[in-house]
Each structure stands twice: as structure tokens, then as C-alpha cells.
Design a protein around this ligand. Sequence first.
Ligand code: G3H
Length: 496
Amino acid sequence: MAGTGVFEEIIEGQVFKYYTDGEWKKSASGKSVAIINPTTRTTQYKVQACTQEEVNKVIDSSKIAQKQWAKTPLWKRAELLHKAAAILKEHKAPIAECLVKEIAKPAKDSVTEVVRSGDLISYCAEEGVRILGEGKFLVSDSFPGNERTKYCLTSKIPLGVVLAIPPFNYPVNLAVSKIGPALIAGNSLVLKPPTQGAVACLHMVQCFHLAGFPKGLISCVTGKGSEIGDFLTMHPGVNCISFTGGDTGIAISKKAGMVPLQMELGGKDACIVLEDADLDLVAANIIKGGFSYSGQRCTAVKVVLVMESVADLLVEKVNAKVAKLKVGPPEEDCDITPVVSESSANFIEGLAKDAKTKGATFCQEYKRDGNLIWPLLIDNVRPDMRIAWEEPFGPIVPVIRINSIEEGIHHCNASNFGLQGCVFTKDINKAILISDAMETGTVQINSAPARGPDHFPFQGLKDSGIGSQGITNSINMMTKIKSTVINLPTPSYTMG
Ligand code: G3H
């Protein structure tokens, strides 16, 4: 159970503590932030409302710890990460329970998130050992005008303090996707969890604590964005920011100083369906891609662009599957569970109503109870409707009927987002041409968009992000190149 057993020390009374200097502490503010359970819509947990002074101290400790950590042999860093991964997996049940209560993620998916996170940490350890264990050797005479008088040795060195800000929908997994690469590369890590998902993050951090990481190397500060959000992201002690979330990322990137940024800010992933597509496969992928975790995934299918000639049949097949989706509480492992907050539910409802008013066809009756919104396929959507462009982050999927491939590509590329997209066809040549024409970071052929497996590159174009994620890319992003050049008094050429 959350906050018990090995997690007992992370809570006092009703309020979970924050983590710094290898200890669990109460904030001097004496204030807390309530976490509302999306299902019951009552306060489930409380976390510390940290102050700016506490953030300063956290970053100071983080700086000191990083200097020592950078001197820790790579194999030892990897060993500790493997240990943390094992502890995390061992305690998957209480952490998954937090996910169910804080973000209404279905019970089985919550367990999957924790297990996937353990695997991700282990993979970071292994990949780090491989890619950080080697550098480059360059010689000068390849550049015109030079003799071989200079030998250049390059290696990857840490950036310093990495600030990780994960979103509510994968608080644990998208936290470790930043923590693992940062730590293996020799950085220290300050985690600012999302409010909903914070308690799952605090449990995850305790697993790193139990693994025996040095004091100060990992910290987790909770609190109000209005109080410590900008303060953290603009803090001069922070050397790198890795953020996953919404529009806030655009604001952060404008305010952050001269630090490397890794941003993933959502998408409007298009699903282009050609006449020759396997419509059963498409329907299954629209269900998985559009409705899993009630559509609250940046990689969810957010608009279906289907050729008119097969649209009726596809809509019929999707509707048949929508009817089978189980709607209800996450504890009962339902497919569709309450969305994260009332404001989110109101936003989703606004998009649906706008489409209805402008003449779209609701394939199911619109139904809502609190934060729970029943799955809805919206057919005959046109470009003048908000749902054609905006990201609902909820269980509603719009269908736009198209008359040419070009029309589909045009709609996809007219979006300000460019995360992922997918195309369904049996013609691989057409699929490649369409993939090349789609302005998105990834295109899936004959499957719904998805980030994983977690070592694949993951990136968005346009407003969908900055940089590329995936384990290898994140490790590289959280390092910089250091060169040492040996200058020889006379040219030296190696003899054969
Ligand atoms: O919500 C954003 C996540 O990066 C999506 O991850 O494709 O594994 O659901 P996923």
C-alpha cells in the first residue's frame, strides 16, 4: 500500500515529504498541495509546497553531489541504476496504486508503466556503459593545409544539474526516461513532478534512495507551479531542462537561459487510411491509438483522415469496437476511465460541442459523468471545427473524409504540431512516399503512433518539441563533447 512498508518514511501525517540531500523533509512553508483523485473528485493525497529558498538549497546540494558523481566509475553508476530498477519493479504494486488514484490510469496499465520504467532504467545503464565508454580519435592531416601534428581525443562529459519535468500521464515512466540518461551520464538530477502523479514519483524516488545513490544526487521538489515553476526553470544553477507536457514548454523555452533543452509538447497525430488498407487492422489501431488511457497520450491518434470510398466501412468497424469498450473506474481496469481533471473534461466537452454545432456526426451518444467521458467517434469533421486541429487529450476521435492522399498529407502538415503520424496501406511504396511527405518526427506504417520501444528515437517537429528523446539520444543530449588535442613538435605518421 502507498506510504507504507519501505515507503513509510516518505510521509508524515497526511502529507508526503519532499526529497533532498538523501533525506525526506517537510517544507518550512507549512503548506501543502492537494492531489485530487479524478474518479472520486476528492483529495486523495497531499504533498509539500516547497519554497524558493528550499529550491535554492536543493540545487546547491545537487551541484556538490554532481562533482563527486562525475568521478564515479561508469560501471558503478550502471550498477546502482540496475539496483534501482530492480527495487522499482519489486515495489510495482504500491506505485501502480498511486497512479490509479492520482491519474486514474487503469490498474493493469499502471503496473505496466512501472515495469516499463524499471526496464528503461536498466537499458540506460547498459546503453550508457556502451556509448560513454568510447570516444573519438582524430588526426589533423585530413583537413587541407595540415600535417599530422595534432591528435584530438574526444569524450562525452556530463552537463551538471539536469532539471526533469515529466507530465501527469506518465509521471513515473517519463520521469525515469530523464533520470536514467542523466545519471548514467554523470549528471545530478532535480525532479519536479506534475501535481497529479507527484506521489507516484515520490515512491519512485524512494526506490533510488533505497538503491543507495549518493546524497544530493537525486532530489524531488513538489509544490505550486506558480511559486517554484519559473524559479526552477530559470534557475542559474540548472544546466539542462528535459520537459514533457503542453504549452508550458513553449513558455519555458522562451525563458530558459543558455541551457540545452529537450522538449516534448504534444501532438495532433494523424492517421491516414488509404483504400487498400486492412480495415480491421485500422479499426483495432484506432481503438488502441485513440482510446487507450482515454486518449490522454501525446501519441494518441487525434485525427483519422480516411479515403471517402472506405470511410463508411471503417466507421462501422470502429463503432463496433467502441461499443465493447468498458467505461468506469480505473480500479476495475476499465478501458475508459475519468480524465485527469474537471477542467480537462470541460475542455474536451467544448471541442465535442463545437463540432456538433458545426454539423459533425456523433457516432455515439455524448455522455459524461463528472470527469468520466464516454468514448466518442465524431464523423464528418471539417477543417472549420476546432476538433480538426486541437488536441483533446480525451476519449474523442474525429474522422475527416478525404478524396486524395494529398488532401490527407495537407491536413497533417497544416497542423502546428508534428509529433507522430501513421499511414495504413498494403502498398509499401506509397507508404514510404507518404511517410516522407508527412512533417512529423515519426511515421508508423500500419500501426498506431507510439513512443516505445523506449530506445527508439522519439521527437517532434514544429510545436511538438525540441531535440530527440529515446534512451540513446537522451544520454547524448545530456552530455557535451570534451576534446583534448595533443600537439606534436613534428609530423608523425603511423607506419604500416
Ligand atoms: O504522452 C506522451 C508519451 O510520450 C506517449 O507515450 O506512446 O508510450 O503512450 P506512449
